[in-house]
Ligand binder design. Sequence first.
Ligand code: MN3
Length: 279
Amino acid sequence: MFKLWFSLKFLVKSTFKRLTIPAFAIAALITGLLVACQPQEVVESPSPTATPVVTQTPVTSNKPVAFPDRELSANPAQLPQLPYAANALEKAIDAQTMELHHGRHHQTYVDNLNKALAEQSNLRSSSIEAMLRDLNNVPENIRTTVRNNAGGHLNHTIFWQIMSPTGGGQPTGQIATEINQTFGSFEQFRKQFNEAGGNRFGSGWVWLVRNPQGQLQIVNTANQDNPIMNGLYPIMGNDVWEHAYYLRYQNRRADYLNNWWNVVNWDEVNRRSLASRQA
Ligand code: MN3
């Protein structure tokens, strides 16, 4: 009898060990996995320096952004030529900065984009603008690379065009009227634009855009993001990455922002503004 009791006790004990404890461990593991797999809420803290706030708006049109008549090709992406000599913008930007900025930085965006798209024949057949308007369409493993480098390629392609050795001075044409109506005066506009450029923490761009309601607006973007990612049409933009000004201006971004107005190509800005109004 004692022997039977003992073996029963042993049986219960070993069953408990074999089943109950592993079951408990599995339950704990499952609970842990469930907790770990809960979608984490990404809280985007508003940048204290980003002015003004841009609300996300749906993309309203597919107007070309890089050029008047066509979107920017990704098949392959190619470095556009500077429309003037590297030393032509000395009123604002020194020749060495122009050479490095165009020949090295912009070239690197082009090269990295082509590398990322090497195996993506479908994506290559769409335009740079189309990719940036719909980044969710880009495979996740290359999405950030495409965002940065397609953005860099588009931003700089616009940038070279909206500057000119014969630029600067007061705005002309339709954009002059609209700037006065929207911002009160060119001086007010320039002040707000420079402030938005100065307030962009780290690397990025400051832009004059047209929003889907047809209004002019000043926004800044981080890194190489382009306003079309938020449904806004970029009319003019200034590059506030340190590589755009450091050789001549060192840490004095405000001086660079001020001098930059000496080379703004108002003819091209007017052309882009008109394009942004055509639905
Ligand atoms: Mn740059």
